[in-house]
Design a protein around this ligand. Structure first.
Ligand code: GLC
Length: 536
């Protein structure tokens, strides 16, 4: 049996609007992205995750959708979308799209009809005659958002919104709404997508009557979406955004649930581990998120288009991560997050960048890379909220960084043109020329990862290292075996990994040379890493 496609490979998260502009209007577009597919295929990308590209007033980076069946006119057309999917398929790249069903934009015709009192649409949303007593609980964006219930003058009632007030929540209890949701899923599946990145799943499946209280999420709704896909589109997957407690994870996976979930537990503890140069919090997070059903998979990431959410860390832990990676209040967000990109968080330090990427590629699961991180792009803290990490891709050192031929003031988002991460310094073209660049190192790392499919598909265990700074994982699948060891400390380590237990010769995967451990010990430099494959 061939393994399920999402168990290996590389998912590349991309904002179409800030990637590549094909028509000189200052906005990236689907054709621009299609023009970069050869680059992405050469890098080793096997799946693109497109951030929202639908018609939208664009007040929440497109997560405020005003039409689920179209493409934002700045970004292209449905025809361009189909061509992108086909061109990607020609290169062995799948496409998954963001699916935002928890809410719509307040400009969506459904909401406009609902607030005007149209009986066919009123129950598409969640209303209350009086302001509910819990209107200030369950806020997702503290500091930016004041309430979860806002009065609508036209409807003369309050509507519920888990996120911003311009994103009214859809009422999933309403079977007509669920039928609309199934239509949307069916539509994009017919256009050839390989999956959906399901936005805000716990909130999506929360019954309107419950809003944060018992009885909790209604998994039957999730199962219905999955069933619809299984019948018609066998290998189309659901990748869920569900930042929930460990005990709840099981409900989201398994028969009828999601195929993949982002591992937020590991993400937060990975940053804690890096901050403290202590591998134990990460090892604990891996143990806590182990044992998911064989058909399911974790999606691992270092950074994405949002802030790093540190909300599940203890106060002292969060303080340590802030101190190490986001000390200025301006780098922090919503009282719990960091709104910076990967490379500046690690001071552009090559050894730590390699360490972070090497970890990403050897955690149990499938890696997800945020566009621009492959060349070590930086953020722009002068932009509001999470826009700091959503600036245009830096292709070249030339005018406009090769993103667009428009004037810069027409850009969908400003390009980073000042500071150490400016496009004149950090760009793809320069790094392609330079054999020692981060990009070319990542190329090699991804090639090495392809030689170790057992990392994505196999069973794994944590090896005792006798050293708090070192994480060592052993992956096995059939005859195959790989050990990945990482030293989070700034000084060298020589952990004893008891390698004599492995049947076969050890090969250092990066150098592709035999590896002779010094006794049982493995040499790891400052922030060093080593992947060892056991070969017969
Ligand atoms: C998800 C998205 C985030 C968006 C929110 C509301 O958390 O990742 O960017 O603001 O949903 O749709």
């Amino acid at each position: 049996m061939t393994e399920r496609w999402y168990k290996n490979g590389l998912i590349y998260e991309v904002g179409v609007r800030t990637y590549a502009d094909s028509n000189g209007d200052g906005s990236g577009d689907l054709r621009g992205l299609a023009g970069r597919l050869d680059y992405l295929a050469a890098l080793g990308v096997t799946c693109l995750w497109l951030l929202p590209f639908y018609p939208s007033p664009w007040r929440d980076d497109g997560y405020d959708v005003s039409d689920f069946y179209g493409v934002h006119s700045d970004l292209g057309t449905l025809g361009d979308f189909v061509q992108l999917v086909q061109a990607a398929d020609d290169r062995g790249i799948r496409v998954i799209v963001d699916l935002v069903l928890n809410h719509t934009s307040d400009e969506h015709p459904w909401f406009q009809a609902a607030r005007a009192g149209d009986p066919a649409f009123r129950d598409f949303y969640v209303w209350a005659d009086r302001r509910p007593a819990d209107a200030e609980s369950g806020i997702v964006f503290p500091g930016v958002q004041k309430t979860t219930w806002t009065y609508d003058r036209k409807a003369r009632r309050y509507y519920f919104h888990r996120f911003y007030d311009f994103e009214p929540d859809l009422n999933i209890d309403n079977p007509v709404v669920r039928a609309e949701m199934e239509k949307i899923i069916g539509f994009w599946a017919e256009l050839g997508v390989s999956g959906f990145r399901m936005d805000a799943v716990p909130f999506l499946i929360e019954p309107a009557g419950a809003r944060g209280l018992a009885p909790g999420p209604e998994f039957a709704h999730l199962h219905a979406f999955r069933q619809q896909l299984s019948w018609r589109h066998g290998d189309v997957i659901l990748l869920g955004e569900a930042n929930v407690e460990r005990e709840e994870i099981g409900d989201y996976f398994g028969v009828g649930g999601l195929h993949m979930l982002f591992n937020f537990t590991v993400n937060q503890r990975l940053w804690l581990a890096l901050a403290r140069e202590d591998a134990r919090p990460l090892a604990r997070a891996l143990a806590e998120t182990a044992g998911i059903p064989a058909s399911d998979q974790w999606a691992n990431f270092l950074r994405n288009h949002d802030e790093i959410d540190l909300g599940r860390l203890a106060d002292d832990e969060r303080a340590d991560v802030f101190a190490a990676f986001g000390p200025d209040p301006d780098m922090q967000l919503y009282e719990r997050g960091i709104r910076r990109r990967l490379a500046p968080m690690l001071d552009g330090d090559r050894a730590r960048l390699e360490l972070a990427f090497s970890l990403l590629l050897t955690l149990p699961g499938t890696p997800v890379l945020y566009y621009g991180d492959e060349i070590g792009m930086g953020e722009d803290l002068s932009l509001r909220e999470r826009e700091s990490v959503r600036t245009p891709m830096q292709w070249t050192a030339d005018r406009n960084g090769g993103f667009s031929t428009a004037r810069q003031r027409e850009f969908a988002a400003p390009i980073v043109s000042k500071g150490p991460f400016r496009y004149a310094e950090v760009n793809l073209a320069d790094q392609q020329q330079d054999a020692d660049s981060l990009l070319n190192w990542l190329h090699r790392a991804l090639r090495a990862r392809r030689q170790c499919p057992e990392i994505g598909e196999g069973g794994w265990e944590t090896l005792p290292t006798g050293n708090a700074s070192v994480l060592a994982l052993r992956f096995r699948s059939g005859e195959r075996e790989t050990i990945a060891a990482h030293n989070l400390a700034a000084t060298p380590r020589r952990p004893n990994l008891r390698l004599s237990g492995s049947a076969g010769a050890l090969v250092d995967v990066f150098s592709d040379r035999p590896y002779e451990p010094a006794g049982e010990r493995v040499e790891l430099g400052p922030h060093g890493y080593r992947w060892l494959q056991v070969r017969a």
